[in-house]
Write a protein that binds this ligand. Structure first.
Ligand SMILES: NC(=O)c1ccc[n+]([C@@H]2O[C@H](COP(=O)([O-])OP(=O)(O)OC[C@H]3O[C@@H](n4cnc5c(N)ncnc54)[C@H](OP(=O)(O)O)[C@@H]3O)[C@@H](O)[C@H]2O)c1
Length: 241
């Protein structure tokens, strides 16, 4: 676990993005790069360093998010002059299977990444978020509203994440931190490949949301006028509804 600091930091608002090396997280980094300093959080140090090198102002923050000591050390090493303007939770996992099939360990790793790690990282960053009157964006899912068979564990974690964002929004209103929950339908990423394989269905790229489209919705929540909070965004692929 390492945290690299760039030689110089501009006066750009800082945003930390988890899952920044691929999928929706990477698209979010690309969408915010022009006018933010980006803290690219993830496990793949090489991929994060390569991405940071392509962006105008970015640095990797390397941590396995379910390792709470490693996450705390990575956060403690951050230099955040002016606080943290945004925290975007894109890291997540899909745990497929029926109640009959899934073990306690499956349920635990599912909740560890999709819920507990989100809360713990946010807790560690709350002082910096309060200082900047920042915005927390949790990437949830349509599964945060509607559960389906063979995806109960994933849905349960996304229902829990929605409850968490609602609670955090209430708690942090007095501190000036706003909280947004973004609920995309199917998005063209590795996770969708995994899901379609589990469903034994054809992968129909043209029917899914592009990661950049979800990133634009995240940017909308982050850039909302100061007096507003975008509490939820329900974003669906037009071809599926
Ligand atoms: N794709 C969809 O159709 C879809 C739809 C609705 C909602 N979502 C949600 O959107 C979010 C992003 O999904 P995606 O499609 O972009 O997924 P993805 O392409 O599978 O990427 C997942 C990201 O999460 C990171 N991650 C997973 N476990 C981690 C851990 N323990 N510590 C640190 N990082 C970890 C991965 O890092 P590594 O590369 O190191 O594994 C990767 O960067 C997820 O919360 C997902 O539930 C996705």
């Amino acid at each position: 676990m390492t945290t690299e600091q760039p030689a110089s930091r501009s006066a750009r608002p800082a945003v930390l993005i988890t899952g920044a090396n691929r999928g929706i997280g990477r698209a979010t980094a690309e969408a915010l790069a022009a006018d933010h300093h980006l803290l690219l959080a993830g496990r793949d140090e090489q991929a994060l360093a390569a991405l940071a090198a392509q962006l105008p102002s970015a640095q990797p923050v390397v941590a396995e998010l379910t390792d709470h000591a490693a996450t705390a050390a990575a956060v403690a090493a951050l230099d955040l002059p002016g606080g943290l303007a945004g925290l975007v939770h894109c890291a997540g996992i899909l745990v497929n299977g029926t109640v009959e099939e899934l073990s306690a360990a499956d349920w635990e790793r599912n909740f560890a990444v999709n819920v507990t790690a989100v809360s713990e990282l946010t807790r560690l960053l709350l002082p910096a978020l309060r200082e900047a009157r920042g915005t927390v964006v949790a990437v949830n899912s349509g599964s945060g509203y509607n559960a389906k068979g063979e995806r109960g564990a994933y849905s349960a974690s996304k229902f829990a994440l929605r409850a968490w964002t609602d609670a955090l929004r209430q708690e942090e209103t007095a501190h000036g931190v706003r909280v947004s929950s973004v609920h995309p339908g199917r998005v063209d990423t590795d996770m969708q490949q995994e899901l379609r394989a589990a469903e034994s269905g054809a992968y129909e790229t043209e029917k899914y949301l592009r990661p950049a489209t979800v990133a634009a919705a995240i940017g909308f929540a982050l850039r909302a006028p100061a007096e507003a909070v975008i509490a939820t965004i329900d974003l669906r692929p037009r071809a599926i509804g």
